[in-house]
Design a protein around this ligand. Sequence first.
Ligand code: PLP
Length: 443
Amino acid sequence: MYLHGTSKINANGHLEIGGNDVTDLAKEFGTPLYIVDESLVRQRAREYVEAFKASGLKFQVAYASKAFSVMAMCVIAEQEGLSLDVVSDGELFTALQAGFPVERIHFHGNNKTPDEINMALDAGIGCFVVDNFDELALLNALAGDKGKKVNVLLRITPGVEAHTHDYISTGQQDSKFGFDLGNGAAKQAIEEAMKLDNLVILGVHSHIGSQIFEVEGFRMAVDKVAQFAVSIRAELGLTFKVINLGGGFGIRYVEGDTPLPVSEYVGAITDAIKANFANAEFPLPEIWVEPGRSMVGDAGTTLYTVGTSKNIPGVRKYIAVDGGMTDNPRPALYQSRYEAVLANRANEAAEETVSIAGKCCESGDMLIWDLELPKADNGDLLAVFCTGAYNYAMASNYNRIRRPAVVFVKDGQADLVVKRESLDNIVCNDVIPARLQKSTLAK
Ligand SMILES: *Cc1c(COP(=O)(O)O)cnc(C)c1O
């Protein structure tokens, strides 16, 4: 069994996280429950910051808040000196409500609405990552209306696509994101932006994929972006102050996943930057990265209560839990795999192979196929590991299931950071128009 961060099995044979026996957490907060190991989140943040400090380059580590955007997480990001990426008014509002420093907020997205842009302009955020020509014109106009000048990075598609162990150096033109480097759109975008009075071009941004286990893709992206920086300076006289290499650093979900230490990813990027600009007659750019999954993913555990089971002799045994695709849609969406343990009997030997089903009306609502477990009974607790990123963030109310609570645990303390949704929450935005009420009465 692979245990992340502060997780361990205690003397009672119970899973313990952040000094809290999860059977106590289940009693206090109910299940399903998202448990976040705060020390591990802070450790990851520090690994990024320390690795950049060691490089001697100027940097920003921007937490990609889409992975897990709640106010308490924004506070931790702030305390650890991180910057923050947002991609919607909702994520921006979350950051602002948490008091996150506006100058360290970066606004991403391929279709920011005028309302979202205005909200961000009014807040005075640090920079916009501009995705396309329409946005360049719109942002310039809206900034002009407010008499503001705004910092921008231009998102470019460098023609490197990386995913886990695979990377390819061409053929990623077909993406909805960014200005293509290969076909000249990126250069054209810089030329266009230079003509717009209200935009201050800080540099460029590139994000090559997610759950990446190798440094090669990042090196290739740095090479391409650095060559671009040199040619833009030579041809247009513009020097990039910032190069943003995005996120995508991998984590270990299951055996066989082989992420590198944070320091290796960062070291590969900063070394490649230094190598590329070794002979440049201008200051080295500031390097920004945007880890999402790797900041919070392995710090999260989802705790469920085991309910019904169904044995199909010779086929498979299903064990159902009190959550499912509503709190973790990733297995259904991406065939993502997870490891889990019977959290109240974690020392017991596995006796059977079972598959963990959710409670939604959907055959695809499965969390784990073929998991080795002791014989699980109704009322046992199942802990699914590595659910900190893109789980709460992607949770839904399908079947009108209430979204679980989230607790942060650390040094024996457990604090609610998101309340469990109530039944009133479920109907609070529903409206029965008067017309429908009348027709009911008429009967
Ligand atoms: C999703 C995304 C990230 C974060 O990706 P992770 O794989 O979670 O690290 C960073 N930057 C951009 C532009 C993204 O779209």
